[in-house]
Design a protein around this ligand. Structure first.
Ligand code: FES
Length: 135
């Protein structure tokens, strides 16, 4: 697994979550109780960005509907999310943060809800009246 230097330690102070990228892989980088964690940036419930969420003592909170994800396992600790988010290994040395990404983790982290990729069908124009049966 290749580790990528994605931030300086000072960019992720205690209690902060930020969006970072390794290539096209979007990562939520957070710090809780002094430790830096890296997860997919997409909530497993409805794809809200976890970088818009909050660091809590229990885990990373999704601001959309309140699911909290364990920092180390990615498992949801409370509903509505039922599936884990992808977790990446992190190293912090000499004031730099390194995140390990391999092909399998990258694929998992970029997987989003199928409905997100579908196009919304066009909406039929509303009946404007003046036809038979209208007053
Ligand atoms: S999108 Fe995160 S809890 Fe609903």
């Amino acid at each position: 697994m290749e580790f990528h230097n994605i931030a300086r330690s000072g960019q992720i102070p205690e209690g902060v979550v930020r969006r970072m990228f390794v290539g096209e892989v979007e990562i939520a980088l957070s710090r809780s109780d002094g430790t830096v964690y890296a997860t997919s940036n997409y909530c497993s419930h409805l794809d809200c960005l976890l970088s818009s969420g909050k660091v809590t003592d229990e885990g990373l909170l999704c601001s959309c509907h309140g699911s909290v994800f364990d920092y180390e396992s990615g498992e949801p600790l409370c509903p509505p999310a039922t599936r884990p988010i992808t977790v990446f290994p992190v190293k912090e040395t000499d004031g730099q943060i390194w995140v390990g990404v391999d092909e399998e983790l990258a694929k998992a982290a970029m997987r989003r809800r199928a409905s997100r990729n579908r196009r919304t069908p066009p909406v039929a124009p509303a009946d404007r009246g003046n036809g038979p049966g209208t007053a």
